[in-house]
Design a protein around this ligand. Structure first.
Ligand code: ADP
Length: 448
């Protein structure tokens, strides 16, 4: 049977406490029953004999400061040979009566109580001093007695407090686990992706665990949602050209009569099918890159001449008088995949032309500085609104203002980001609406 950790922990602590208490009770019971160490009579003889030992008579006087007149329940008094008290204290008017009797424990009864008395005699030059100790027979103020009483009364209380504490703490520690398990179950069961643990008032480790799980659930939810969004966007993007093709076929079948009209219709259908095929190509590239980079090996090569030839070869159909300049530091050798990197440069240049202004200017720079190898593509076109900038890397995202400029799909920058990350680099953008944008790809030198 699998016992819960909560049960095991509580059982372990309770067992240890029970064993410790059992040992303590046994010890106390043995000592108590033996009645040896600390009963009234033994304390009485002990105190009197100590006083006898400490008795100091020198230069004709007694050093009373050395002697105890009350200790551990024992009253001590000192008498001359005639029974007169010289010093000390007694109880219930017990004085020199009954007569002194050395080293014998006697019992005296007064109307108040019964007492043990014990005497010792110290001889001085030509006289002597009696030491008489008195203690009530029922005196249980000794240390051991106190311990016994405390043990019998406090141990059960201590035991209950311990059990209560163990149960409370183990609950506090393990109940949050239950919440975590519930949340994880409901998420993995796909029932509620928005479920969170949102722990309050738990031990710090549990709070940390719950926060970690919650942020993991956040990421999972975001990734599930973005996958869902991706599938729905992809279907939507593919459906639009298909609908146009269907409509165009229908229209052509019913209305086109001349060869020119048929050719026009075929032109529209051709355009839409090219758009679909481009979209499918991009989707496939993203998926392939995500599935594994094995088929895109990185090789050391001259990145400077590669960037230069990409820029020279690039052709944009609707150029609108935009000029392209380059400032490329020579001989930068890094490790990269030419097929993938040409796609990055192609996409960035295409966007720069697409969103650039008429007769504007595009600048491509390649530098090798302390941050790494930096490739930047700047344009002086429409720019991107600051609150839209974080979305541009999302698949299928397009700013409204630019949507449909040349039928882009919103996949280009997602692909750029994916490829740059495969190369261990980062890509960023700075942009001002109406002034232009600069996209910067940074490849770490040590990873290159
Ligand atoms: P698209 O096919 O729409 O160009 P991208 O992923 O390449 O898709 O770009 C996403 C969006 O980012 C674009 O629709 C556009 O709104 C914005 N964008 C990208 N590059 C630029 C740029 N150079 N200037 C202004 N906006 C840009």
């Amino acid at each position: 049977m699998n016992m819960s950790a909560k049960f095991r922990l509580s059982a372990w602590f309770i067992a240890i406490i029970v064993i410790l208490m059992a040992i303590m009770v046994t010890f106390v019971v043995i000592v108590d029953n033996a009645d040896a160490i600390d009963d009234a009579a033994s304390r009485l003889t002990d105190v009197v004999l100590t006083n006898e030992e400490d008795f100091d008579f020198s230069h004709g006087s007694i050093d009373w400061d050395e002697l105890e007149i009350y200790e551990r329940g024992v009253y001590c008094a000192f008498y001359d040979q005639n029974g007169n008290m010289l010093h000390g204290t007694t109880v219930d008017n017990i004085g020199s009566d009954p007569p002194f009797e050395e080293y014998v424990i006697n019992t005296v009864s007064t109307k108040n109580d019964d007492y043990y008395i014990y005497d010792a005699y110290v001889e001085l030059l030509d006289t002597g001093v009696w030491i008489r100790g008195v203690i009530p027979v029922s005196d249980d103020s000794g240390l051991m007695r106190t311990l016994v009483v405390l043990t019998y009364t406090l141990l059960p209380v201590l035991f209950l407090i311990t059990i209560f504490g163990a149960v409370l703490i183990s609950r506090q520690v393990f109940n949050p686990m239950g919440k975590i398990i519930d949340a994880a179950n409901s998420i993995s069961g796909g029932r509620d992706l928005s479920a969170r643990i949102a722990m309050k008032n738990a031990p710090s480790e549990m709070m940390a665990l719950s926060t970690t799980f919650d942020s993991m659930f956040d990421r999972l939810e975001k990734s599930f949602n973005s996958e869902r969004q991706f599938t729905s966007d992809a279907s939507h993007e593919l459906r639009t050209p298909i609908t146009i093709i269907h409509a165009q076929c229908e229209r052509s079948r019913r209305k086109d009569e001349t060869r020119e009209e048929f050719l026009q219709s075929i032109e529209i259908i051709d355009e839409q099918s090219k758009k679909m095929s481009g979209l499918i190509d991009q989707l496939l590239s993203i998926t392939r890159i995500q599935q594994g980079t094995d088929r895109y090996p990185l090789k050391d090569a001259d990145f400077s001449s590669f960037v230069m030839s990409c820029c020279e070869d690039f052709v944009y159909a609707d150029n609108r008088g935009i000029s392209l300049d380059t400032d490329i530091s020579p001989n930068i050798v890094i490790s990269f995949n030419p097929a993938l990197m040409s796609s990055v440069i192609h996409n960035l240049l295409q966007n720069a032309y697409k969103y650039g202004r008429e007769n504007g200017h595009i600048q491509v720079n390649l530098k090798n500085n302390e941050n790494g190898v930096q490739l930047s593509v700047s344009d002086d076109g429409i720019g991107i609104d600051s609150n839209q900038i974080e979305h541009i890397w999302n698949r299928f995202w397009q700013a409204d203002s630019s949507r449909g400029v040349d039928g882009g799909s919103g996949l280009g920058l997602a692909l750029v980001k994916e490829i740059v990350e495969i190369h261990g680099g980062t890509v960023s953008v700075s942009s001002v609406v109406g002034k232009g944008s600069t996209f910067t790809v940074t490849l770490k030198k040590d990873l290159c």
